[in-house]
Design a protein around this ligand. Structure first.
Ligand code: HEC
Length: 204
């Protein structure tokens, strides 16, 4: 009997010790991470707000996460930097405002951690989301037609619209591509994905 108590105490101590090392201590360490403020007073990373937060919700609900990761691996672990997905590896501090984090595990498409730096044209983003084949022939990314309205040319261009040539338009007439509010928010979010600022620990 005496022995079984010490056995149970040993098991409990092992579980507690593992929880301390694997859950509580790392959690506490990550909670201490704060943004780094540069000489211009800008904090990195910047907390997302307004349309960027709304666009983040669209990103989650449309399942972009199932094909796109948001994490750049160091040069020792993969070719991410060589592929142009970032200039440095991602570190824990990059994700302090990213809740729930969207690091992802699937890479059917390219990593988007720095897409705002790599592809800063709103027009390109709208055309690509509407029909990836327009900007990237042969793309297997699904089109997100339902985030846009197509308006035949005739009147003045609707505010914020993009020109669609007859080739790219589903109506086969030259038309305007009008992004919905959700499409605008999603592109605001994509443009905000720029982690090219420097962090000291990324070089360690
Ligand atoms: C079924 C997988 C799949 C889904 C879902 C998907 N994508 Fe893609 N995405 C791809 C592939 C493959 C590419 C590469 C070819 C291309 O550029 O279209 C790509 C490319 C991209 C690019 C260009 C990246 C670059 O480096 O040029 C962006 C931006 C993008 N996707 C955003 C999105 C967003 C936003 C969503 C959700 C609304 C989404 N994707 C959903 C597969 C996917």
């Amino acid at each position: 009997m005496n022995r079984s108590w010490s056995f149970i105490a040993g098991v409990l101590a092992t579980i507690l010790f593992s929880m301390m090392g694997l859950i509580f201590v790392p959690n506490w360490q990550f909670e201490q991470l704060k943004p780094v403020v540069d000489q211009n007073g800008i904090s990195h990373p910047t907390p997302p707000a307004g349309s960027v937060l709304l666009g983040r919700e669209v990103y989650i609900s449309e399942g972009c996460l199932y094909c796109h990761s948001q994490q750049v691996r160091s040069a020792d672990f993969g070719a991410d930097i060589q592929r142009g997905w970032g200039t440095r590896r991602s570190v824990a501090r990059d994700y302090i405002f990213d809740r729930p984090h969207l690091m992802g595990t699937m890479r059917t498409g390219p990593d988007l951690e720095n897409i705002g730096a790599r592809q800063p044209s709103r027009e390109w983003q709208y055309l690509h989301l509407f029909n990836p084949q327009i900007t990237s022939p042969g793309s297997i990314m699904p089109p997100f037609h339902f985030l846009f309205k197509v308006v035949d040319k005739g009147g003045p261009a609707p505010v914020g619209s993009v020109d669609l040539t007859a080739n790219a338009s589903p109506t086969k007439k030259a038309s305007y591509l009008v992004p919905s509010g959700r499409a605008q928010d999603l592109v605001d979010f994509l443009m905000s994905l720029n982690h090219s600022y420097d962090l000291p620990e990324a070089h360690q």
